[in-house]
Design a protein around this ligand. Sequence first.
Ligand SMILES: *Cc1c(COP(=O)(O)O)cnc(C)c1O
Length: 473
Amino acid sequence: MQLVNKADLFRKLPSVDEFLRTSEMMALVSTEGATAVTEACRVVLARLREEIAAGRLDSAGIDLALSGMAEAVGRELRRALSYSLRPVINATGVVLHTNLGRAPLAVSALEHARDVAAGYSNLEYDLETGERGKRDVHADRLFRKFLSIQGGSVAEISTVVVNNNAAAVLLALNTLAEGGEVIVSRGELVEIGGSFRIPEVMSKSGAKLCEVGTTNRTRITDYERAINERTRLLLRVHRSNFQITGFTEQPRLDELVILARKKNLPLMEDLGSGALFDLSSVGVNQEPGVLDSLRTGVHVVTYSGDKLLGGPQAGILSGRSDLISRMRTNSLFRALRVDKLTYAALEATLLAYVKRDFDALPILRMMRLSKEEIARRAQAVAGSLSPRVDIQLLDGESILGGGAAPSAILPTSLLAISCPGLSADELASRLRYFDPPVVARVEEDRVLLDLRTVFPEQDQLIAAALNKAVKNS
Ligand SMILES: *Cc1c(COP(=O)(O)O)cnc(C)c1O
């Protein structure tokens, strides 16, 4: 590029005020407001100044940029005023994808949340007495109902709800064991995604971790020997995102229940995923359910609202009423509590369980899809794809994910896509640029799409996204 005098180029740029007086900007101001348009002009002009300073624009370049400036401001405005959090299509086959927001909510949960939150509600107001009420009664009522439908022995179970399961574990440890010791097996000192680590939550709760056994083997006698006058709690943590296989041993839950009773200590179980339905009905075994644990005699269980329960993000503590009321009166509860949106969505999710309307819950619908059904839909998508695309239908596996049942896989049928002249990574990236973005797996230089986690009404959007992605390959 020939040497140009940058000062001359800078002089060509209008001031923000000048530019705002152009007819195009005045039209934009009348629809989008002066503040947003002014800000967008500033951003666009600053970008041009940077380009000039870096020597990337000559005189002709500047003229071109100036002629496109109104358009650039319009683009900047749309970008600035658009949402950052957007819906995407999950074609990964990971049912509870933590990065993609875990469980999609039931329609009834959304409707109830909208009805409750669009106006005022009886969140903390007792409509019978006209006096102040408690927010946690809302979830407790349906949990009681559901748990007692399932078996009389758990009628005395209460439930409180906090922000997420990490908060539930923190609240429980602080309430039951602050200043004392908690016994945990070395094989259960888990880390769940990023920063939730049992030893760290333990130290934040003010309780002291007392590790027993070894990584692969822990016996009931290890727990028994470790109990002393400072022991406040026995803790079992579900290995929800890994497995230990080979030479292993772990006491059965009922052995821990018996020991806890004998020593007059509470027993708590961090279940993580906390299924409220029988997972073996979808071919997933060995994932403990909330009811199994409570029936076996665990005093307090903690679990997430947005894992296998299929509801909003929440941490749920269910257990013996006297222990749960201590959680409620802990001052930490105030800091960890949830808002009306969560109560509404959770209540509607639970109502689906009480009514045994399992198909109302998207993750249960997805988990129950057969491989044949998924293959039929995949074939229909394949039928609408451009001839540029190489398509294969493969047998594969969907994953539950989200720290639920690490070994659990569901047989599925995958659309394996490649396109000559386009790498799989490039194709996947173009799919993410679609509106709505489509998120897929890439394996062995093919894009793999699993329709298990795609809502049927999105199938044709997947075809449209693929056709658009390969159009100019
Ligand atoms: C997922 C999980 C957690 C954390 O739950 P969040 O709801 O994500 O806070 C804690 N413990 C176990 C065992 C888990 O699986």
